[in-house]
Design a protein around this ligand. Sequence first.
Ligand code: ZN
Ligand code: FE
Length: 239
Amino acid sequence: MEVKIIPCLNDNYSYLIFDKNKKNACVIDPSESEPVIKIIEKNKLNLKYILNTHHHYDHVGGNEKLKKKYNSKVVGFKDDKDRIPEIDILVENNQIWKKENFEAKIYHIPGHTTGHIAFHFYKEKKIFTGDTLFSLGCGRLFEGTYEQMFNSLKRIKELSRDTEIYCGHEYTLQNSIFCLNNDSENIKLKEKIIKIKDKISNNLPTLPTTLADELECNIFLKAKDLKTFSKLRDLKDNF
Ligand code: ZN
Ligand code: FE
């Protein structure tokens, strides 16, 4: 399974995953259609499925045009069926979604929104976390509670350390400043920041990150209890 990272809007990432031989593809969170179409055409792919982590416009904005153009099916969380545009296939927590050569486990990970999910391609050890887990950060609580977000992150933390994490936004550098402010002795973090700055100065995405990196450097994953996590989330909102 190949992954193409597609920058969209200001700081969003959509991801195109595809099977090199059969040319079948899925797109995760198409913020807009045009940049996705470009990559599909360039690689002569068949866009079979559109996978949405949550209903926010910067994750579903391209659904309608892509579905029309490629006759794709839209996959999203069952409870968000009325707010994910053009939804066709409803998935639920812990379900294995399997089509063509694609096989992902669905995790319901509320907090940023009540219906947020992650797609975990466990054979390839890749997880698409939308706006729940960012590199060195986590999503804002728009609809869910601190406890929901804490537990959602906990679920991701239990995956194997070499899992690659693909997030919905390029917030890494900004997030790193907050982590460093609250964890100034962290040598691993300082090393990661050097790599991040290098990528950004070369106009490259800082993603994917790995779970191992995040466990060591992401202050939200390092929070040992709900109280610590909630305090950090509040601090970050006013940072
Ligand atoms: Zn969002
Ligand atoms: Fe977003």
